[in-house]
Design a protein around this ligand. Structure first.
Ligand code: ATP
Length: 254
């Protein structure tokens, strides 16, 4: 296993109009590792994770300064094809958002558009593999044509993960992926994160400190738009170097 930097942010500032939501963020995301982004509500976690696949550029008057790199290359460069970028950097959101279509079609749609697999047996196999990787195959194998909305919330979230995996991303961004789920469904997502990091680099926003401690190798603590501290998760939770981090993880504020 390598610990090369898969992604990095260098001197990143982010503005919503005049409001500076991120201030000089510098961080690297090692390959095949899970990095958790934690911090109190409004500190900029979601804003930051959305900078990592250019999701923020759809917001009028929003502006990024600095560099966000994937394998060393600036993702905001004019030459970068944003559709291809989002294939390489998948994203899963807080609320499961399957397409209002059949389970099979949820997985097959993007690979078809990106030309990853042809219709027929090749696509069938990709759908099955993606669902297996997301730990959902056994629960849906006999109802692939049922609407995705007929699944439970936890199943829908694993379907969204399968959908992201179907186009073979290199990085998976997860913005509070389990916050709408019950403890059992949450545990399944956490187990999945452990398995997926063998092949992927994962960056996860979570409000849940125990979850950050369980799933991540590295933890980054944000506060009021600044990255206060980033370190190995074990160090962050046992002997953080900044007082603010300690106060937050021990529940004294936030
Ligand atoms: N579209 C937007 N336009 C203007 N300001 C925004 C927008 N989105 C977020 N903000 C502001 O940017 C700051 C950071 O918000 P962000 O959603 O990134 O925080 P967060 O840490 O993810 O919070 P939470 O944990 O509550 O989701 C907040 O002050 C928020 O009000």
């Amino acid at each position: 296993m390598t610990t090369q930097a898969k992604m990095a942010a260098e001197n990143v500032d982010f503005f919503y109009g005049d409001f500076k939501a991120l201030k000089d963020i510098n961080i690297i995301f090692p390959e095949n590792r899970v990095t958790a982004l934690i911090g109190p509500s409004g500190c900029g976690k979601s804003t930051f994770i959305r900078c990592l696949n250019r999701m923020n550029e759809l917001i009028p008057e929003a502006r990024l300064e600095g560099k966000v790199a994937l394998d060393g290359a600036d993702i905001n460069d004019n030459k970068v094809d944003v559709v291809d970028l989002r294939r390489r950097i998948g994203m899963v959101f807080q609320k499961p958002n399957p397409f209002p279509k059949a389970i099979y079609e949820n997985i097959a749609y993007a690979p078809r558009i990106h030309g990853v697999a042809k219709k027929g047996p090749e696509m069938d196999e990709l759908v099955e593999t993606s669902l297996r990787k997301a730990g959902l195959w056994d629960e849906v194998a006999d109802r692939l044509q049922a609407p995705a909305t007929s699944l439970s919330g936890g199943q829908q979230q694993r379907l969204c993960i399968a959908r992201a995996l179907a186009v073979q991303p290199e990085v998976l961004l997860m913005d509070e992926p389990a916050s709408a789920l019950d403890p059992i469904a949450t545990q399944k997502i956490e187990e999945l994160i452990h398995e997926l990091k063998e092949k992927l680099t994962i960056i996860i926003v979570t409000h849940n400190m125990q979850q950050a401690a369980r799933v991540s190798d590295y933890t980054a603590f944000f506060y009021m738009g600044e990255l206060v501290e980033v370190d190995e998760t074990e160090t962050m939770f046992t002997k953080p170097s900044k007082k603010q981090t300690e106060e937050y993880i021990t529940g004294r504020f936030g």
